[in-house]
Structure formats: C-alpha cells, structure tokens
Write a protein that binds this ligand. Structure first.
Ligand code: I3S
Length: 131
C-alpha cells in the first residue's frame, strides 16, 4: 500500500560512505583501524557495513540487499560530540559513545557532509529519548 511505502522511506534517515573506527568495545579500548564504510542511519540504529563496495543508489532503495553489517549501533542513550584533537589527527571527526560503553569515531573530509551526519544522529537520538 502507498502508506506503507511512505513509512519505509521516512524511516531511512540517512545513508552514505563515511570513514569510521571503533575505539572502545564495552569499556575495553581497541586499536584504531580506520576504514571506509557504507553507513546507514535508520530507525534509531546506525549500521556500518564492512566496506563501501556495495554502496549505490540502488542500495539506498534496497537496504536489505546490502552485505552483512560489521557494526550495528543502538542510538538510544548514545551521545555524539566533536572529537577532541587527541582522539585523532584527522579533521571533521565525530565521537559516538553508546549506552553500553562502546565508542566509535566517524569522519569525512567534507565538513558539510559530516555536519549533516552529526545533525541526523543528534536528531535520531533526540527522537528516541533517554530511557
Ligand atoms: O591514535 P593513534 O594511534 O595515533 O591512531 C592512528 C593509528 O590507528 C594508525 O594505525 P597504526 O596503529 O597501524 O599506525 C592509523 O593509521 C592512524 O590513522 C591513526 O591516527 P588518526 O590520527 O588518523 O586517527
């Protein structure tokens, strides 16, 4: 039904290619390993796919056809801030901290693109609430 289709389109908040690395896994510090990743923000979940090979306009319309996610991040109770200089020498780096105590750095060379992601993630967290 058209109504159902509209709901699906709305739930996909953002998708694109970002550089990312996980730095902490539930409190345990990890060695940084940056990689480029097809990234999808949908329904309060941020999903990083293994690589960006499968990114395409078609994939945007068919998220289920993408490869297995490498990380699925539940945004409820998460925080996103601009990373301090000691976290990375890269520019335009966001730090995402999850409620379970994991941390990710997210980066794009384009300030405009990263700002758009920052707003989308903040909005998504805001819609979910803290509890
Ligand atoms: O915080 P660090 O250790 O300076 O992070 C760098 C390392 O992860 C490095 O890998 P090796 O540990 O294999 O040298 C990466 O290549 C760098 O990109 C990391 O630093 P930046 O500042 O780019 O996040």
């Amino acid at each position: 039904a058209p109504g159902h289709r509209e709901e699906k389109v709305k739930s996909l908040e953002k998708a694109g290619v970002l550089n990312r690395t996980k730095t902490v896994d539930r409190g345990k510090r990890l060695r940084k390993n940056w990689s480029s990743s097809w990234t999808v923000l949908e329904g309060g979940i941020l999903t990083f796919f293994k690589d960006s090979k499968h990114s395409s306009a078609g994939a945007l319309r068919h998220p289920a056809t993408l490869t297995t996610p490498e990380h699925t991040v539940e945004l409820r109770g998460a925080t996103v801030t601009w990373a301090s200089k000691d976290k990375s020498s890269k520019k335009n780096v966001l730090e995402l901290k999850t409620r379970e105590g994991s941390e990710f750095l997210i980066q794009h060379d384009s300030e405009q693109i990263i700002v758009t992601w920052q707003k989308a993630i903040v909005d998504s967290i805001g819609r979910l609430g803290a509890d």
